[in-house]
Design a protein around this ligand. Structure first.
Ligand SMILES: [Zn+2]
Length: 357
């Protein structure tokens, strides 16, 4: 039977999100209907809300937890009653398939296609690729951020960059993704781990999450400070912001290689920028053999790595409770949650908790 639920909807560019009823059909063969426990509020949605003018209405949000209410006949990895995480990267696409099929929803008596995934809703109808099982013995609230912040941040450190013990790391931006790059760097015993942000409050917070050193880029020239701390630059600098003010200093903070002996360090661009960006000193790349890498979703198949991240959370290696610094208890607070994130009030991540078991 079709169900009615509430969802945050971007119906007009520049206007506040609406929280209104949508209608979802029964799952088709490859879909699951999920009742959500909690969702994260991610920076990417700020881009979706304020920068992108994709066809509207748009449903938003892309990391969450929930329980499967119904699963289609061809869904094999979860069934009704199973707890799941929802993530923005398909969990394990068959060879040759490039995306999960989209689902549909009805709003104000019209039918629309949803984005691949959405979680700012009390229920979601999703392709089975967009959920990964969550064990019953772990928290269902803070684990909501595994589906984007953790796979993106930890994955960037472990899989895109393949940071090794003893290598030096700088992380620009201490948001939901930045805290997870810090956590990933700590897990593999990188050293030193330098956090860069513009607010002392966020840098104190970064130390709690594994940073060994901090640089306040509103006080000092960050690349110069990093070069001083590391005797010439870091092995890896992560830009988790995607703005010129982070991308360029990240590239400048990477160490040079030695001609004929070794390659230089790597800047990993994780934050997504929308403005054009010119590299003022492109010679930094050939001289010193530096590398720039892009990372999206942590360079892995979530179906393989998310269970490991849950284990690390249980073992205390991934401090999700610390990473979630604010909670809202109702979808009606979504516009306030968006404002607080936009205004830089949120350390790490905020979550909306709909209903936990
Ligand atoms: Zn995200």
């Amino acid at each position: 039977m079709p169900i009615k639920t509430r969802a945050a909807i971007k119906a007009e560019h520049g206007a506040p999100l609406l929280v209104e009823e949508i209608e979802l059909e029964d799952p088709s063969d490859e879909e699951v209907l999920v009742k959500l426990f909690a969702t994260g509020v991610c920076h990417s949605q700020l881009h979706q809300i304020f920068n992108l003018r994709a066809p509207m209405p748009v449903l938003l949000g892309h990391e969450a937890t929930g329980v499967v209410l119904e699963a289609g006949s061809k869904v094999e990895h979860v069934r009704a009653g199973d707890r799941v995480m929802i993530q923005f990267v398909p969990r394990d696409l068959p060879e040759g398939q490039i995306a999960a099929a989209r689902t549909k929803f009805r709003w104000r008596d019209e039918e629309y296609e949803a984005d691949d995934v959405y979680t700012w809703a009390e229920h979601a109808l999703l392709n089975e690729q967009m959920v990964v099982p969550l064990p019953n013995d772990v928290a269902t609230d803070v684990t909501a951020i595994i589906g984007c912040a953790v796979i993106t941040g930890v994955g960037a450190a472990l899989y895109t960059a393949n940071v090794q013990a003893g290598q030096s790391v700088a992380v620009f931006g201490v948001g939901g993704v930045g805290t997870n790059v810090l956590a990933g760097a700590k897990i593999v015993e990188a050293s030193p781990i330098i956090a860069v942000d513009l607010q002392d409050r966020k840098l104190d917070y970064a130390r709690e999450l594994g940073a060994t050193h901090t640089v306040n880029a509103s006080d000092v020239d960050a690349p110069a400070a990093i070069k001083e701390l590391t005797d010439g630059g870091v092995d890896f600098a992560f830009d988790t912001i995607g703005l010129e003010a982070a991308t360029l200093p990240a590239v400048e903070s990477v160490r040079a290689g030695v001609l004929g002996v070794s390659r230089g360090g790597t800047a990993v661009i994780v934050g997504i920028g929308y403005a054009d960006l010119a590299l003022p000193r492109p010679r930094l790349l050939p001289y010193g053999e530096r590398t720039i890498l892009g990372s999206m979703g942590g360079s892995t198949r979530p179906g393989h790595v998310m269970p490991r991240y849950v284990e690390w959370f249980k073992e205390g290696k991934l401090p999700l409770e610390k990473m979630v610094s604010r909670r809202y208890d109702n979808l009606d607070q979504i516009n306030e949650a968006v404002r607080a994130l936009k205004d830089g009030e949120i350390d790490g991540r905020s979550i909306i908790v709909y209903d936990t078991p």
